[in-house]
Design a protein around this ligand. Structure first.
Ligand code: AHR
Length: 633
């Protein structure tokens, strides 16, 4: 019998409990949720023409030159084009996109470019090409701008075919000279149809999870390869042509498929992250650099005596999110289109930083932030390796500092997850709260290209998460990581959601996360078998909760044995319940089963309404290797 003390809540479950962790890794942002199709639109990548091919049919019929203007540090480069009796097909530029471009038949595509006229009369022929080079959408732009000043030119056209590996070509025609920058192409079907916005199918998968929070922008990219390439949120605001790009920390090392052209262009910046959080009903959780570059990389630190600009960034971020429209940073938010505050409640300082260097910097940050904003909760990182010396040292230090929230990470074997279902049972209830900020079961080993999002891993996470939920008094937030991966451009596996240029699907792990976050409840209920919590006895893991909003008891059970098991469920203290209950089961007989683009629902939940006999105990058959969610009203 699984006994649930259904009328005696023992702890509150915070609305933030289950959330998402976003990082621009595996083409998560550029080439991912940021729907820009043109790679290196501003020619600022390490090599200015990365992603571009100059098409030249005849010599002496024109020229394309990369220019570097002085005095514009955010976006110095542009291209100059010189035409002399140039016909269509003589001189042009082709952009390869991010592993190609995903183009949909009948959809409108919005082209724009910053244009400066110098002389003559010119035309731009725009063409979308399929993988074989046939035209699948075209138009002609005759620039209206005849000024020697930069002006945006734009035109839209429709695609005639669907193609996952399209390219975009511009032919130049005429006589004259002109300059181009910020060559951009967006589909019309972005999330909420925002021009220059995000890829809707990917964001919908996030919205469907109803996440309690969204952590951004990472991950190691917060820290950067070195301090010069750390994430600086202020450089991600305002007009996109003024947002200075940097090399992505995931351009190097760990890379299974290294792309020398993995940059962060910041078309997706902090304003857009806050807006996304609001769109999907999640609390924003920004993480800031603490004055240390990635310790798995250059491990540079800024002297403690020179931390001031870093700390100012943290203080200004709170003003940007919450400040009045008359404040300096609140005004910038309002000018970007959001006069109302974003209502920021928490912020992280540092990601997987360690050692006394982290602690001493953190102390300076904490003092300054708490002095000005005592109500902002600070997330501190205790990093990976949850049993190692580094982790133990930080845990002791952070607890002695009375850290608000400690962020623990674990990329471990499925077995580790099963063995750790009781991990938080002994954590101090009164001290720092826990954010299980990055976790994922690894089918092979941590940081292996062979890791798979198989059912075995997902089931072990489901089992482990009963332990997070049972301990919601101390674990107040949790998120799987990484979130997204592009099938042709990933650095890290496993990942929650896989995409290519046109398709996206949730892994079994995604369904586990979603089952938790859409069955979140409000209070923990004491749930036992023979008087003890189910943390692996008989290969069962269970957690019972109450949803005060809907007046339902929700039981989650992972059965990790290969045999069906039957249990009676006793709702202690409840005399009457509805005869109809909702049962959702996620299962597969094959622990190696996974989802794919072709079979995206191979491991996915099946929902049914079951009939209960109010005079009898509830009988629950737990399928072999299954995760079951029962909702009784
Ligand atoms: O999620 C991938 C990486 O794992 C994150 O960037 C980092 O925080 C952790 O080491």
């Amino acid at each position: 019998v699984i006994n649930i003390k259904a009328t005696q809540p023992v702890a509150e479950i915070k609305p933030t409990m289950w959330g998402i962790f976003f990082e621009d890794i595996n083409m998560g942002a550029d080439g991912g949720i940021y729907a820009e199709l043109v790679k290196n639109r501003s020619f600022e990548f390490q090599k200015p023409l990365m992603g571009w091919k100059v098409e030249r049919k005849k010599e002496n019929e024109g020229d394309i030159v990369v220019q570097n203007r002085q005095g514009n540090t955010a976006n110095p480069r542009f291209i100059s084009v010189k035409l002399s009796n140039t016909s269509k097909g003589d001189l042009g530029l082709t952009n390869e996109g991010f592993k190609g471009m995903g183009i949909k038949k009948g959809l409108r595509y919005d082209f724009s470019v910053l244009y400066r006229h110098r002389s003559g009369a010119v035309k731009l022929h725009l063409e979308l090409l399929d993988a074989k080079g046939s035209i699948i959408g075209s138009t002609t732009l005759t620039p209206a701008n005849s000024l020697q000043e930069w002006k945006k030119e734009a035109i839209s056209f429709n695609a005639t075919e669907t193609e996952a590996k399209a390219k975009f070509r511009i032919w130049f025609e005429g006589n004259g000279e002109f300059d181009l920058d910020m060559i951009s192409l967006f589909p019309e079907d972005t999330w909420k149809k925002r021009p220059g916005g995000m890829r809707a199918d990917m964001i919908q998968l996030l919205a469907d999870m109803k996440p309690g929070f969204i952590r951004f922008p990472g991950g190691c990219i917060v820290e950067g390869i070195d301090l010069a390439n750390r994430y600086q949120w202020k450089k991600t605001l305002g007009p996109i042509e003024e947002r200075q790009l940097i090399i992505n920390r995931w351009n190097v090392e760990f890379a299974h498929r290294p792309s020398p052209d993995y940059f962060q262009t910041f078309g997706l910046g902090f304003f857009e992250y806050f807006q996304l959080a609001e769109d999907i009903g999640a609390e924003p959780l920004p993480i800031l650099n603490c004055g240390m570059a990635c310790q798995f990389n250059t491990a540079e630190v800024v002297p403690v005596s020179e931390l001031e600009p870093y700390i100012q960034d943290a203080l200004d971020l709170i003003e940007f999110a919450n400040g009045d429209v008359n404040s300096k940073w609140g005004k910038i938010r309002a000018e970007m289109g959001h006069p109302a505050p974003f209502n920021l409640k928490m912020m992280g300082v540092g990601n997987e930083n360690w050692g006394p260097q982290y602690v001493e910097r953190l102390k300076v940050f904490t003092k300054a932030i708490k002095a000005k904003y005592p109500n902002i909760k600070l997330v501190n990182s205790s990093g990976t390796d949850p049993e190692g010396d580094r982790f133990n040292y930080l845990n002791t230090e952070l607890r002695s500092m009375n850290a608000d929230i400690i962020d623990e990470h674990y990329y471990r074997t499925p077995d580790w997850f099963l063995k750790n279902a009781a991990r938080y049972d002994t954590y101090d209830r009164k001290g720092s709260k826990i954010f299980a900020g990055e976790y994922a079961a690894q089918s092979d080993r941590t940081v292996s290209v062979n890791n798979r999002n198989n059912w075995k891993c997902a089931l072990s996470e489901a089992a482990f998460m009963t332990g997070l939920e049972r301990n919601a008094e101390v674990v107040q937030m949790a998120s799987y990581a990484p979130l997204f991966a592009h099938a042709e451009g990933w650095q890290w596996t496993p990942d929650l959601i896989w995409v290519d240029n046109l398709r996206s699907y949730g892994t079994p792990n995604y369904h586990v996360q979603k089952l938790y976050s859409t069955n979140k409840g409000t209070h923990v209920l004491n749930t036992t078998q023979n008087g003890t919590a189910l943390t692996g006895q008989d290969d069962l893991f269970a957690s019972g909760i109450l949803d005060k909003a809907t007046n339902e008891v929700i039981l989650k059970v992972a059965n990790v044995s290969d045999k069906a098991q039957v249990r009676e469920v006793n709702l202690e203290g409840i005399k009457k319940f509805d005869t109809k209950a909702k049962l959702t089961v996620l299962k597969n007989d094959n622990l190696d089963a996974a989802n794919t683009f072709e079979n995206a629902t191979n491991v996915s939940p099946v929902e049914e309404t079951i009939t209960l006999n109010p005079k009898k105990k509830i009988s629950l058959t737990l399928a072999p290797n299954s995760f079951t969610v029962l909702r009784v009203k």
